[in-house]
Design a protein around this ligand. Structure first.
Ligand code: ZN
Ligand code: ZN
Length: 355
């Protein structure tokens, strides 16, 4: 079978690898249909996220059809359409027992697409706990957004504003920015999105939920959305990795700044200001207890029209085109901001495998 391998920064290639089969009693092997390109993948390819292990197959936001199961697998069968939870955890270590499954001490070497062979491939092997059957009315393209939404759900759980009137800003209209806009609105907040790339801004305004808009700058968002050029900044979700220092002094007392980008950037902030103004600076990037199930529910119940966030679907062999749509030019070794009308780009391993 084919698999997209990470060999080192800017060095990725499709390789022929041995077919995967169910060898353990609880193994589930999935014929991959779609995998979303994640910001993490761009960071890995560009060498910004050094935890990736050379030789690993990339990809983790994935759906497909069960191809083989081990003899002890229950609840899922060959032919079932499934979404994959790519973040395994043991369930018994201290981290798992204290609601921090994403930091499971036993998951070393098992993070799909980082240290364990992921889903930019024809097949992927996991265990029965980490696949969920996709109901008939949901497409495998839409269900592929479950994992990024899970990361967003776990982030939004940490945002606890003192009032639903909190002036809330999401910076960046990539998939995570748009998913945060949705998830914050489920919490009762009325966020506004700020995106400086015109093409992304245009795409965002076609797909955001009613009442939520994206603007080209913070000033425009304050003026147009909140009707006040000095509208307070109570809650910030920064998907760009770059804004903490710039917005820190502007946060309203009690303000919350959530940083979810993975670009390396050192900043200097005043600790006295943090305490004196009761600020919260929070980091969040991955799934927490139950967030995958919660995200899957929001998709299967129709609360998130996930398919509308899919802007491109490209075959596995044309992965460079998919990465390029997100500003990652593998041939020229350049990672810039996306300047196409792009949001979630899916790599199709086997489009014929299902909707
Ligand atoms: Zn992801
Ligand atoms: Zn654990």
């Amino acid at each position: 079978m084919k698999a997209l391998k990470y060999r080192g920064p800017w060095d990725v290639a499709i390789e022929d690898v041995p077919d995967l089969h169910a060898t353990g009693p609880d193994d589930v092997v999935v014929d991959i249909a779609y995998t979303g390109i994640c910001g993490t993948d761009l960071g890995v390819v560009a060498g910004y996220y050094p935890v990736a292990v050379p030789g690993t197959t990339l990809g983790h936001e994935s759906t497909g059809v069960v191809a083989e199961v081990g003899p002890e697998v229950a609840g899922v069968a060959v032919g079932d359409r499934v979404v994959i939870n790519p973040t395994p955890y043991c369930g018994v270590c201290r981290m798992c027992r204290t609601q921090r499954i994403n930091h499971c001490v036993n998951k070393d070497g098992t993070e799909s697409g980082i240290s364990y062979d992921g889903t930019y491939a024809h097949r992927y092997r996991t265990t029965s706990r980490f696949v969920h059957r996709v109901p008939e009315h949901i497409t495998l393209q839409g269900a592929a957004l479950t994992e990024p939404l899970s990361c967003v759900v776990s982030g939004v759980r940490k945002i606890r504003p003192t009032s639903l009137t909190a002036f809330t800003y999401v910076f960046g209209a990539g998939p995570l920015g748009l998913l945060y806009a949705w998830a914050l609105s489920w919490q009762g907040l009325s966020p506004v999105v700020v995106e400086t790339a015109p093409a992304r801004l245009a795409f965002a305004n076609k797909v955001l939920p009613q009442g939520i808009r994206a603007y080209g700058s913070l000033a425009e968002a304050r003026r147009e959305h909140f009707g006040d050029v000095n509208a307070p900044i109570d809650v910030v979700v920064d998907t760009t990795s770059g804004l903490l220092e710039e917005l820190y002094e502007e946060l309203a007392p009690g303000g919350i700044f959530m940083s979810i980008g993975l670009k390396r950037k050192k900043v200097t902030v005043d600790a006295m200001h943090l305490a004196d103004r009761s600020l919260s600076v929070i980091g969040s990037i991955d799934s927490l207890h139950g967030s995958f199930d919660e995200a899957f529910h929001m998709i299967t119940s129709g609360r998130l029209p996930a398919e509308r966030l899919v802007s491109h679907v490209v075959p596995l062999e044309e992965y460079r085109t998919g990465f390029a749509a997100l500003g990652c030019d593998i041939d020229r070794r350049v990672l810039a901001g996306a300047d196409t009308e792009s949001c979630k780009v899916l790599i199709a391993s086997a489009p014929e495998a299902g909707r």
